[in-house]
Every structure is written in structure tokens, then in C-alpha cells.
Design a protein around this ligand. Sequence first.
Ligand code: P5A
Length: 446
Amino acid sequence: MRLAHSLVPTLKETPAEAQIASHRLMLRSGMIRQTSAGIYAWLPSGWRVLQKITRIVREEQDASGSQEILMPTIQSADLWRASGRYDAYGPEMLRIRDRHDREMLYGPTNEEMITDIFRQSVKSYRELPQMLYHIQWKFRDEVRPRFGVMRGREFLMKDGYSFDLSYEDAVVSYRRMMLAYMRSFQRMGLHAIPMQAESGPIGGNLSHEFIILAPTGESAVYYDAAFEEQDWLKSAFDYANPQDLESFFTQITTPYAATDEKHDAADPRWAGLAAERRREGRGIEVGHIFYFGKKYSEPMGLSIAGPDGKPLTPFMGSYGIGVSRLVGAIIEASHDDAGIIWPDSVAPWAAAILNLKQGDAACDAMCEAAYKALGAEALYDDRPERAGVKFADADLSGHPWQIVVGPRGAAAGRVELKRRASGERVELSLEDALAHIREGGLARAG
Ligand code: P5A
């Protein structure tokens, strides 16, 4: 993308309303703009990050065997009456009336809707197990929307739902999702910890939150130091193998980790832990999974024919990832005083090309060549701005690589390549710079 004619409205000043780094940096780097309290428009760079996160989530969901669908944002109140949650959900639900005075709502989650779709179409035990997901906007009229996209009113969620014939099978589905979640977060450069959690308004008795440690996180958390040391994904686990899933689940849930609502100082795994291995901190909840058995399938009359012809009520679970919240969480985990430091996998563009002297024939030619070679993964800063402004904006926006083209270097056929994360810079030919970006490291530069 050429920056001169793009909507990337960076700000020099720190917006007064932003209390935490990610919110500040998202506003300052022009990723989002608030349109109402807790409701945001995603501008080009923010939207690109959101799409990259979405793509990772989708790839891991598909790999785990979950089927992608798309359900509407608007739901009928009747569905929620059938499950008994319509009144229980309270003022967080945005209730709407259509022109026929029918009660509708903007979905805060989709357990009822998916159960309804399932009960209309699935009739036999032979069709189970199944797992379905969608990536769709949700609305929760939060009392205190804050921290930008971290606690918005409208936000993007990946929500998945599992249907199984028995409790044992449902546990396998739950573990499969836990593995898919850990792989997704790892690909985004995040270190997530699955913690025993309360199930709240979703219900059920087995629940884990996926927490990214950050001092600005909203949840207080307690965990074993093992989570700072071990790479739980170092062995290969196969989604299709229940023993693999069990072994993964056992390894990752054996050390103690709990959010404050579930924290139990008397739990032997905590009480018996050496003081220097106990960790207390704060974290951001980027995902939450639930097993709730027949909580929705029973009251909503989801019944299928079992092997003996008798009706059978499926055991269900639901699985959520805060896709838009992740944008903020990744920034909380990866920034410095100058701005964002994007992990390569979710950066809006792999590289920024900084033309330090717009109009200089050698600079322009070299920048155009770089832009052509990198295609959609490049942001070309072709604005008629001073070099200092371009440097500051590139650091603020966090592009993993910067290709800096100045008149002296360009005349000699050289560019400067900067790695945002380490600050390392080297001068080399454009070809070598492009090769380093493609190979993903300055380490091999020589
Ligand atoms: C699981 C999927 C559910 O809603 N039903 C379908 C279950 N779980 S949850 O924990 O309530 O939400 C899932 C994830 O969504 C993110 N999230 C939010 N993100 C931004 N702003 C909000 N107001 C917000 N509320 C929830 C969290 O990451 C949460 O883990």
C-alpha cells in the first residue's frame, strides 16, 4: 500500500482517553477510531492485523476438524426464552424490536442458535460427533467498556460448539480445542496459560480461560513457575488420536494455574508448591472454553435417535477466542517506548519502505523496485514528509522490517535494513535485503 494516499492517521500526541499501552498505540498508529462508546471502526492497518489473526484462528480450527459456518448477528428472543437465558442475561444484552414488534437481540454469544440449527437437521447418532465454529461480531452492553478493543461493546469472537454422544467423547472435544487454542496463540507469538476458571453466564462445570500475562490485565491470576519454563507444544500431538489429546491435556493441566475466582490456596498443587515457584500476577483473557453437557440441548429439545432407537440428548461444549481483543493483547505483550513491535505472523505489513527523499530519482526507483518485489506485504511510505517523521511513524506502527532508502545509499545501490524487534541495522543491496526479509532473519547477514 502507498501511504501518501492511505487512511493511516498516525497521531503524535497521546490521546487522553487511553489508559493502557495497547489502546494508546492502536489510536496513535491509526489502526482504529472509536465511533461510539466501546464501538470501533477498523482502519486499513488495524483491519489487516485483525484479518491475519482471523486467518490463524481459522487455519487451526480447520486443522482440528471443526467446520466453519456463519450465523447472523441478530437473533430472535424466542430462542433465548427456550433455553431460559433471556431474562437471566440481564442488561448486557442489547434488545431490539423489529417493525412487527417482534423481540430481537444482537447476539452476545450463540449457544441457543447453534442448538436450534442442529436440532433442525441432525437426527441420528451416526452423525455425531460434530464441531462447528464461526467468526462473527458480538455485542455486549458492558457496564464499563474500556481499554479500547480489549473490552469493547461490539467485538469479534471466534465461537465454536461441540456435539457429542457421551461425556467421555465431549471431554475429547474439549481437549482437542485446548490444543487448537494453544497452537493458535503460539503462532501469534503469544505465551498463553490455560487456567481453571469460572463458567459464569455460559454455564457448566469444566472451564478454562487462556491468559496472556500482562500487568494491565483485568484478571488476577495464580500459577506454577512451570508455565514460564515449558514448551507444551514441543511434542507432536495428533488431533485424531484421543490418547495424544489426553497426554497433552494432562501435561498442561497438571501444574497449578487458576484465575482469582477459582483460586484455592488450599489446593495441594498450590499449597505444596515451593514459595519461589508460586507466581501471582495479572493477565488478559484471550480465550475461554466450557463444557456444559446438556444445559442447552435438554431444555431446547435437541434429541437424536441413539443406536438402540431410543432418543439421546447430545453433550455440548462451547469455545471462544476474543479475536479483536487479541489485537490489543498482542500489543500489550510486544511494544516498547517507540511503539508496537509486531510478531511477523500478525503484522499488518511485513515491511515498510521508507523513502527518505521523495523525488530523488535513485531513491524513487529503488523504492518502487522494493515495493514491486514485496507486493501486498509492503507499506511504501511515499509521503512528502521529513525523514524523522517517517522513522518515528515506522517505529510506532511496528512493522517487523524497515527498508530505509536514502539518496547516498540509493546512488551506491544500497539500502539500510532494520529489524524492529532488535533494532539491528545493516546496509546491503536491495536484493539481499529482500532475501533477508523472505528468509526471516538478520542473523544470516554478513
Ligand atoms: C464461548 C464461545 C463465550 O461467550 N460462548 C461462545 C462462550 N465465552 S466468553 O468467555 O464470554 O467470551 C469468549 C471470549 O471473548 C472475548 N470477549 C471480549 N472481547 C472484547 N470485548 C469484550 N467485551 C469481550 N467479552 C468477551 C474474551 O477473549 C473471551 O475469552
